[in-house]
Design a protein around this ligand. Structure first.
Ligand code: NAP
Length: 327
């Protein structure tokens, strides 16, 4: 272990990306059940911006950041089962602190990373890919031929959703903010695209013979909630799974009745992979999707010391695909 080269990202107060600092990392002794991973690649996810901004409170301040990475096991606490020094591993739901050269991860939160999946692909795609699998199979079950609306379709989660939908014969209408992103979403598998400044509800209804779509996947939140309600067909299912524009608040249940007896879900991936068996099973399904041709598009990579720039890019709406930090 090269302890001279240990660094992490930390924030001492909430705010803009400029609150992120790069500082030396002090390695602490492992507690029972913990595994030390030398990160080869770290995933940047929109949820990281929620912790940084304070939308989701971290357990304490100062705080580390990030929950996803891929690398090599360098140390196991006594009694650890299933993992050994030298194993290739990945994780999506660690304690905050993945933006670091080394991270301490509970053994139950680790998955074995097959040799044919690169560290960068795992860090860029595992959390986002598991989210897509969970949205399309567990939270909801669209069938071949169903039409669905997916916001932020050229983002990290979005490009994987486009590919998965096409593979399953689902007609995914992707909402994006530029024509460049529209082209990327369509190339990945979107059946149609809409620009975010269009009248989304009307356009989605026009594409579905006036009925609306059976499933809406909305990770944008506050600014798209009304459009999503208006786009959903009677007895359809609106899945709100993110807050990129701010959280959805003050929803009256009667609105769901007026919009056509809608069902609404607000899922968190973590509740679907809370035990290691479900995490490992879903990860293996995702690895098979990669072998079957799914591509994790890495839109940008940054050095760990440049985490601030990575957050600026993610929040600028100019990024496409996944962003990865290389320690
Ligand atoms: N519930 C869960 O378990 C779960 C798990 C994973 C991810 N998520 C959510 O899924 C979403 C996508 O995550 P990701 O990491 O792949 O990020 P991302 O999609 O790569 O980036 C977010 C995208 O949201 C869109 N957006 C719309 N309004 C925005 C605004 N006001 N500010 C910033 N962006 C805005 C942008 O796309 P356009 O410019 O095309 O509009 C932007 O590229 C996030 O909301 C995240 O929280 C939820």
């Amino acid at each position: 272990m090269n302890v001279c080269d240990t660094h992490r990202t930390v924030f001492r107060s909430h705010g803009a990306p400029s609150v992120l600092e790069h500082e030396p990392l002090v390695l602490k002794p492992l507690a029972p059940g913990q595994v030390r991973v030398r990160n080869e690649a770290v995933g940047v996810n929109y949820i990281d911006t929620y912790f940084r901004s304070g939308l989701y409170p971290p357990p304490c301040l100062p705080s580390g950041l990030g929950t996803e990475g891929a690398g090599t096991v360098v140390e196991c606490a006594a009694g650890t089962q299933g993992f050994d020094v030298g194993d290739r591993v990945a994780y999506v739901q660690s304690a905050l602190g993945a933006y670091a050269t080394y991270h301490t991860v509970d053994q139950h939160r680790l998955v074995h990373l097959p040799d044919d999946i690169s560290f960068t692909t795992a860090a860029g795609g595992l959390l986002k890919g598991l989210t897509v699998l969970c949205l399309f199979n567990q939270v909801s079950q669209p069938r071949p031929g169903d039409t669905v609306l997916f916001h932020a379709a050229a983002g990290g989660v979005g490009l994987l959703a486009c590919q998965y939908a096409r593979c399953r014969g689902i007609h995914l209408i992707g909402v994006v903010s530029s024509t460049v992103k529209a082209a990327q979403a369509e190339q990945a598998g979107a059946w149609a695209t809409l620009l975010a400044d269009e009248s989304i509800a009307e356009r989605a209804r026009a594409l579905t013979g006036g009925e609306g779509v059976r499933f809406v996947y909305d990770s944008v939140g506050r600014s798209t909630w009304r459009a999503s309600l208006g786009a959903t067909a009677a007895r359809g299912h609106l899945i709100s799974f993110g807050n990129a524009s701010g959280p959805v608040e003050n929803v009256a249940l009667a609105e769901l009745a007026q919009a056509g007896s809608l069902t609404v879900s607000r899922p968190m991936l973590f509740d679907y992979i809370s035990d290691s068996a479900s995490l490992q099973a879903l990860a293996e399904t995702f690895f098979q999707c990669l072998r079957d041709g799914m591509d994790v598009h890495i839109g940008a990579t940054f050095a760990l010391a440049d985490a601030e720039r990575a957050h600026v890019l993610l929040e600028s709406r100019k990024a496409t695909g996944s962003i990865v930090l290389i320690p």
